[in-house]
Write a new protein. Structure first.
Length: 139
């Protein structure tokens, strides 16, 4: 099924029974379930997050960047706030509903939030007609 869960209280994600805690020794867990390429770990199978099909890529450098790239084509009517993906995200994590800033019609950032991640943003790529959620934490 490959259902993704993202914790906002712990630096942790889970894909079904595979839990990855970014506060612990996580690289071995990534190597076990993800394909390593350059400085990126790619989950080879499609995941489901917010009831949408997506791919997940984790990039590790001086920080950890988790990219959740939604697969369905999205055509924005107005701003990224109107997309069903962002609306579902805000419904799932109501603590974030008052801490976002619309940087542009295609980019939404969460600021001063009470979650453990250092940075959260949604970006719309018009060329790909796709939305990406970026979750970042310092390594």
């Amino acid at each position: 099924m490959n259902n993704l869960q993202v914790s906002m209280n712990h630096k942790k994600i889970a894909i079904d029974n595979i839990a990855i805690d970014f506060m612990e020794q996580f690289p071995n867990k990534l190597k076990e379930f993800f394909t390593f390429s350059g400085n990126s770990y790619v989950f080879d199978r499609e995941i489901t997050y917010l009831s949408e099909k997506a791919n997940i890529i984790i990039v590790i450098s001086h920080k950890i960047e988790i990219y959740i790239i939604f697969k369905d084509y999205v055509y924005l009517d107005n701003t990224i706030l109107n997309s069903k993906i962002v609306r579902r995200f805000l419904k799932k994590y109501p603590i974030l509903a008052s801490s976002y800033e619309l940087i542009s019609p295609m980019k939404l950032e969460f600021k001063n939030s009470n979650v453990v991640w250092d940075y959260l943003s949604f970006t719309y790529d018009a060329k790909q007609a796709a939305i990406t959620l970026l979750i970042t934490t310092l390594n």
